[in-house]
Write a protein of this length. Structure first.
Length: 465
């Protein structure tokens, strides 16, 4: 039974690792095919176009692995929060905290191996199929495209190592579990306890500020060279890491404000209070949705801005960029499909964390039932929490996505003649679809587990681990 339970816990982590690996493999193979086509057709200033294509592919691979690592860290942190009592029991009978953490890290390593292997096979098949379909539809010329690049070993290895490292980082809470917790319920840190961790909070602020400075530097450097995107990428990752590390300081207050919009019923007030009472739990559940909305918006804005900038560059120097329209169209189309990989990675992690979070609150929900809450009121409370989570996460994700997407396109293409600094291009239809999709995912991820949790009688729920 324990093995089955752990299999369900790690199912989403294996899927995230597989998606990250497939993302990297597809990008390397498809980008190689596009570079081959550019060289064969001598499209535009092929050296410049190939360099930009290689840079964009590298940036996308790094982003995919980065997102996968964040989701895995978040997932393992949620899993450990639910295993607190079990870990404490093992500590009580003599197991050390470090031995337990090594066991969790070993789980993460095998999750990475299995997921990366599945993703490599799927990515290779997808790359071959994509190129063949594109040739059959006359989207690209019929050439002898190289589709077995030895560089595909790089994303596979990176995914395995990053998943292992993510599990190690996500399991750091094991070190704080004491044997005495075996006699009580597994609990979350209070707001006071999270605020007292000055080292983590200070690190979050330093990462955020440093990242924003580097991001600004990347935009400025992008006015001189396309390599500004590399500086901006580091800045974006650092600043977003700072936000995630300090999410327990930011998200609860935003959630509480949005919670006030839901009315003054007992369920709504309790939902708003829960966001502040358990900041780590609420931030873990919300940050997955923030990642998803930020990714979709960022790639959408970057893609639209990329098209606008290339159009300006072509208008300024038509002889240099002659014939580049086809490459731009194919590149945007392929990257639009690949955007779905990153969005799916974040969505899987968000759904898993929400579901685990609700199911791990069986004891808490049982206490509410014992105090007089009906099953309907408990479900309304979970629905209110999900609603305020959607509003807060979507709002923050849209702001971050527009900013990061504009900064990415600007730092890559700002140096091209006739481009300079432009305003971000926002595809509003995609933004609306993103909001609707985020709301549907949040509801789907929380309603079903809440229904299962409330079907358990209060007496049985209070006895749950």
């Amino acid at each position: 039974m324990r093995a089955m339970g752990r299999g369900r816990e790690h199912g989403s982590s294996i899927l995230v690792a597989a998606l990250s690996s497939a993302f990297g493999v597809v990008l390397i193979q498809v980008t190689g095919a596009l570079s081959f086509m550019i060289s064969a057709d001598n499209i535009g200033r092929s050296t410049t176009v190939r360099m930009m294509l290689a840079i964009v592919a590298f940036v996308f691979i790094v982003i995919a692995v980065y997102v996968g690592s964040i989701v895995t860290v978040n997932t393992f942190a949620t899993i450990i929060a639910g295993r607190t009592r079990t870990i404490a029991l093992l500590r009580l009978i003599g197991s050390s905290a470090r031995a337990q953490r090594r066991a969790v890290a070993a789980e993460g390593f095998w999750v990475g191996v299995v997921g990366a292997s599945i993703g490599a096979l799927a990515g290779t098949a997808m790359s071959i199929g994509t190129v063949r379909i594109a040739v059959a539809q006359s989207v690209v010329p019929d050439l002898d495209y190289p589709l077995f690049d030895p560089l595909i070993a790089a994303p596979i290895l990176i995914v395995v190592l990053s998943t292992w490292l993510a599990s190690w980082v996500g399991s750091r809470r094991v070190l704080t579990v004491s044997p005495m917790q075996a006699v009580g319920a597994s609990g979350e840190l209070s707001r006071e306890e999270t605020l007292s961790r000055t080292g983590r909070n200070l690190t979050a602020v330093v990462l955020g500020v440093t990242g924003l400075l580097l991001l600004g530097g990347g935009v400025l450097l992008g006015l001189i060279s396309p390599l500004g995107i590399l500086v901006g990428m580091v800045g974006g990752m650092l600043s977003f890491s700072g936000l995630i590390l300090g999410s327990h300081l930011v998200m609860p207050s935003i959630l509480r404000l949005t919670g006030r919009l839901l009315g003054r019923s007992a369920s709504a007030r309790l939902a708003a209070a829960n966001a502040l009472r358990y900041p780590e739990r609420s931030s873990r559940a919300t940050i997955g949705l923030v990642i998803g909305v930020t990714l979709i918006t960022m790639f959408a804005v970057a893609g639209a801005s990329y098209q606008d900038m290339m159009a300006r560059a072509q208008a300024a120097q038509p002889e240099v960029y002659q014939g580049v329209d086809k490459v731009v169209a194919v590149t945007v189309a392929i990257f639009s499909v690949l955007i779905g990989f990153s969005a799916l990675i974040a969505a899987v992690g968000m759904v898993n964390n929400l579901a685990l979070s609700v199911l791990q609150r069986t004891r808490e929900l049982g206490l509410l039932r014992a105090l007089g809450f009906t099953a309907k009121q408990v479900r309304r409370m979970i629905l209110a929490e999900s609603t305020q989570m959607t509003i807060a996460a979507v709002g923050l994700g849209l702001i971050l996505g527009v900013f990061y997407g504009w900064a990415g396109a600007q730092s890559l293409l700002g140096a091209q003649d006739g481009v300079g600094v432009i305003a971000p291009s926002i595809p509003w239809l995609l933004v609306v679809l993103c909001v609707v999709g985020a709301a549907a995912l949040t509801l789907a991820a929380s309603v079903s587990p809440a229904r299962r949790a409330t079907t358990v009688s209060p007496v049985v729920a209070l006895a749950a681990d």
